[in-house]
Design a protein around this ligand. Structure first.
Ligand code: DP6
Length: 326
């Protein structure tokens, strides 16, 4: 038995940062993302005596393997299947560098949900798979779907909270240029960073207050394909998220000097009439959103900045899907 699924990373235009319920992994704020084409995680499950995990050709034990087994257990129990769950050898490969700051966990858990569902024969449907992926890593719930995707905030006690597609990839040909500012791994992962922000930042409550209105404005701009209207709420969502994190104890400084230079360069481009705006995740790279006609100019401007090691380009892509079963 062998099942293979592919999935793509996503980038949040309105950020998720903070949990309402840690056990159920319910987001405290609504988020809106675009799933990216081109960059792909491919995950193959084959029958085995015990669960095993191979990431990009290296066998992994400990926490990564535990998370994989936990997701397969969730699929099995969600389908109310009796008896012992079949064990799997999981082989996962990314065709994009993890150092690019594009969360590989989102595409990894989305691909695993779909491949696991095929392998176990649970036939759960995309909504329940999104819900399960969200429980393991909230941003992964969004990568089940292609194009523009929303994940609502959870209400206390919510059992069922999937992401939902807002518009297909063809809706809007947005372009993303990632300015890579370091090859190193990030210091503090998203889960730990957002939990520290929740527990210690005096600005966390202000972030949770502000996020829903920002997400609504991002939504309206996406629906209307209005780049000018997208700029302010996208940048404010990222900056407000980082402001809450910076004020944590100890403060989370995800940026390096080049990060700030890139932010300034994006604003200079915009002042010169180029459609461009930035967003930043839990790392030092800057993701610049633009339109097809300006992609070349944005890429050139980013590449010329001292400290930018290289750029990676992406555009909206499809959701997670099974590509081989049998
Ligand atoms: C900054 O989805 O990785 O990328 O649910 O704890 O696994 P967990 O967190 P994760 O957080 C992503 C945070 C972010 C913003 C976003 O993608 O919305």
């Amino acid at each position: 038995m062998s099942h293979v699924a592919v999935a793509h990373p996503n980038i949040a235009l309105a950020k998720y940062w903070g949990k309402r319920d840690r056990g159920r992994n319910l987001p405290a704020v609504p988020s809106l993302s675009v799933t990216l084409g081109g960059m792909t995680t491919t995950t193959r499950l084959t029958t085995a005596d015990v669960d095993a995990l191979w990431l990009d050709g290296t066998e992994r034990a400990g926490r990564p393997l535990e998370r994989v087994s936990a997701m397969l257990d969730l699929l099995w129990s969600e389908a109310a299947r009796a008896g012992a769950r079949p064990r799997a050898c999981v082989e996962s490969r990314n065709d994009f560098p993890t150092a690019a700051g594009l969360a590989s966990s989102a595409s990894a858990f989305a691909a695993l949900a779909v491949a696991g569902d095929g392998f176990l024969g649970t036939a759960l449907g995309v909504e329940r798979l999104s819900c399960i992926a969200r429980r393991v890593s909230a941003s992964a719930g969004r990568s089940l779907f292609g194009g523009f995707v929303e994940l609502p905030a959870g209400a206390p006690g919510d059992a069922h909270l999937p992401a939902a597609p807002l518009a297909p990839p063809e809706h809007w040909d947005l372009r993303l240029v990632v300015a890579v500012t370091t090859e190193g791994a990030k210091d503090v992962g998203s889960t730990e960073g957002m939990n520290r922000t929740t527990e210690t930042s005096p600005f966390y409550a202000a972030w949770v207050d502000a996020a829903p209105a920002l997400a609504r404005r991002v939504r309206e701009a996406v629906v209307a394909r209005d780049f000018e209207a997208l700029v302010a709420p996208v940048e404010q969502s990222a900056l407000a998220m980082h402001a809450s994190a910076i004020a944590a104890d100890p403060g989370l400084l995800y940026w390096n000097g080049t990060t700030v230079e890139v932010l300034r360069a994006v604003r200079r481009l915009r002042a010169g009439g180029v459609p461009a705006c930035f967003t930043i995740d839990a790392g030092p790279h800057v993701k610049v959103l633009t339109l097809p006609e300006a992609e070349g100019e944005v890429t050139r401007a980013m590449s010329e900045l001292p400290g930018v090691l290289r750029t990676i380009s992406a555009r909206p892509g499809g959701g997670a899907r099974l590509v081989e079963a049998g």
